[in-house]
Design a binder for this molecule. Structure first.
Ligand SMILES: [Zn+2]
Length: 67
């Protein structure tokens, strides 16, 4: 799995799922840098993770869906 330390644009095709919240204990934010899955807000892996965790996918307006 790839990750980036800067949050990808909501309208981009990058998953951008926040995997780690920055604090004094670690080295900062990490966002998933995989491509969004077709028709989904996240890559397949994170999409399933969010569904398992929250039971639904809720996204703010302006978030692009994978092409
Ligand atoms: Zn992802």
């Amino acid at each position: 799995m790839d990750f980036t330390r800067t949050e990808p644009a909501r309208g981009s095709q990058t998953c951008g799922y926040q995997m780690q919240v920055g604090s004094w204990q670690n080295d900062g934010h990490r966002f998933c840098a995989d491509r969004k899955a077709r028709g989904k807000y996240f890559c397949n892996e994170r999409h399933q993770e969010v569904l398992d965790t929250y039971g639904e996918i809720r996204m703010a307006p302006g978030n692009a869906i994978g092409k």
